[in-house]
Design a protein around this ligand. Structure first.
Ligand code: NAD
Ligand code: UDP
Length: 323
């Protein structure tokens, strides 16, 4: 039987040693839940959860979600998947397997133990969008055979599996479409734009803008996103999503570079590099659905979130921070 909202639950977080997963584990532990963090450490790092290892409610399991797992839990948060283009393109076949086989294994587990299951989907399901801002009813504009397809199509197929398990087996699902999120515990060599620019600025290295920097993204601070995760998981069973979670503030990559340079006081120069193939030209979430159904919206402005993230990387690079 499903436990009440205030009762302690047994919870599985796949990808729990990654950037978002480790913040989620922190919040679940703080709420008094029993957390199993399953991660193969492909892009995650045990140091992200090192502070939790001695906690009696926390357990780390080195596990690859492409293989079946059996644990008795009330909730599953499926976050396992490399998220940075550099990492997911490193072994594209493994990326598709992680999304698709991982979804099948976790949905099978949810069905078997009667757990509610959350999927970390992505704005990438909209591809290079021709509708702006993106609403959940937009089906997207995705190249099925390009360099980003292993991630985009893997995540789209995972969404299909979630809705088919829901319709066919009545599994309780919650699908979040996450837009670019940043913050402390991103890997310094992650390759994503916010961590790249901050690390480059702090080291005085050139800031690498791909293309002319006119492409846009909307950046959400991690604490806001995790609030959205928790609101979605706690929402009534009939609300499945998909629901956009992100910050609607939209910036060009050039504007982001300028903000990072200003906030770090860096002397780094800007270096333009070729634009990767299929790089989306624009991206901005329409969050009306999340506002209405979850009462959620982000609170942290880009400059504020960047300051906190810069402080984290500054300490990390100086060897003062724990990850
Ligand atoms: P991340 O790379 O820091 O975390 C992913 C975690 O999954 C890592 O700890 C990694 O080791 C683990 N992992 C990868 N393959 C695995 C496998 N086969 N088995 C077990 N563990 C595996 O990235 P993140 O930003 O924390 O992303 C977490 C989730 O959120 C991902 O599913 C990602 O697609 C999704 N997402 C993130 C963003 C964002 O902006 N951060 C945007 C959209 C979607
Ligand atoms: N980008 C960039 N310089 C970098 C890293 C990324 O200009 O060092 C650009 C990238 O081409 C894209 C945007 O920043 O247009 C966001 O890239 P990221 O990899 O963070 O995520 P995406 O939204 O593309 O998945």
């Amino acid at each position: 039987m499903r436990r009440g909202p205030n009762e302690s639950k047994r919870v599985l977080v796949t990808g729990g040693a990654g950037f978002l997963g480790s913040h989620l584990c922190d919040r679940l532990i703080a709420q008094g839940h029993d957390v199993i963090c399953a991660d193969n450490l492909f892009t995650g790092d045990k140091r992200n959860v090192a502070h939790l290892l001695a906690h009696p409610n926390f357990e780390f399991l080195r596990h690859d979600v492409t293989l079946p797992l059996f644990v008795e839990v009330d909730e599953i948060w499926n976050l396992a998947c490399p998220a940075s283009p550099v990492h997911y393109q490193h072994d594209p076949v493994a990326t598709t397997k992680t999304s698709v086989h991982g979804a099948i294994n976790m949905l099978g587990l949810a069905k078997r133990v009667g757990a509610r299951i959350f999927q970390a989907s992505t704005s990438e399901v909209y591809g290079d969008p021709q509708v702006h801002p993106q609403r959940e009813d937009y089906w997207g504009h995705v190249n099925p055979i390009g360099l980003r397809s292993c991630y985009d199509e893997g995540k789209r197929c995972a969404e299909t599996l979630f809705f088919d398990y829901h319709r066919q087996h009545r599994v309780e699902i919650k699908v979040a479409r996450i837009f670019n999120t940043y913050g402390p515990r991103m890997h310094p060599n992650d390759g994503r734009v916010v961590s790249n620019f901050i690390v480059q600025a702090l080291r005085g290295d050139p800031i690498t803008i791909y293309g002319e920097g006119r492409q846009t993204r909307s950046f959400c601070y991690v604490d806001d996103l995790i609030d959205g995760f928790l609101a979605l998981m706690a929402s009534p069973a009939d609300f499945t999503g998909p629901v956009n979670l992100g910050n609607p503030g939209e910036f060009t990559i050039r504007e982001l570079a300028d903000q990072v340079i200003a906030l770090t006081g860096s002397r780094s120069r800007i270096e333009f590099r070729p634009l990767p193939s299929d790089d989306p030209t624009q991206r901005q979430p329409d969050i009306a659905l999340a506002r209405e159904r979850l009462g959620w919206q982000p609170k942290v402005a880009l400059a504020q979130g960047l300051e906190r993230t810069i402080a984290y990387f500054d300490a990390l690079l100086a060897g003062r921070a724990t990850r």
